[in-house]
Design a protein around this ligand. Structure first.
Ligand code: FES
Length: 103
């Protein structure tokens, strides 16, 4: 387990936003939903597309290339053409800020 500090909760992301970050060479998509932070791998499991350039709707992220959707909290693939779930990473928040573990 290796927690990486990302920043203060208030300044990282606005509600309903996603952004790309890199942690230990891992491409990560960081999300803020209902005042909680979530993190997934940033590359779609179908082909090479950045999910951080996709669209958030009802707790899912829609891939910008072929519109496959993943549940942001679980990484579950929700529709075609996706066949593989998305890797998720643990996120911790406290008074010091937001931390992610990509191990
Ligand atoms: Fe994401 Fe095809 S690359 S759905």
């Amino acid at each position: 387990m290796a927690w990486h500090f990302l920043g203060a909760q208030e300044s990282l992301l606005a509600e309903g936003e996603v952004k790309a970050i890199t942690v230990d060479d891992m491409p990560v998509a960081l999300y803020r939903l209902a005042d909680q932070y979530y993190a997934t791998h940033n590359i779609c499991t179908h082909q090479t597309a950045l999910l951080s350039e996709g669209f958030i709707e009802d707790g899912s992220i829609e891939c910008p290339l072929h519109q496959g959707r993943f549940d942001i909290r679980s990484g579950k693939a929700l529709c075609a053409p996706l066949k593989e779930n998305l890797r998720t990473f643990r996120v911790r928040t406290d008074a010091d800020g937001v931390f992610v573990d990509v191990t």
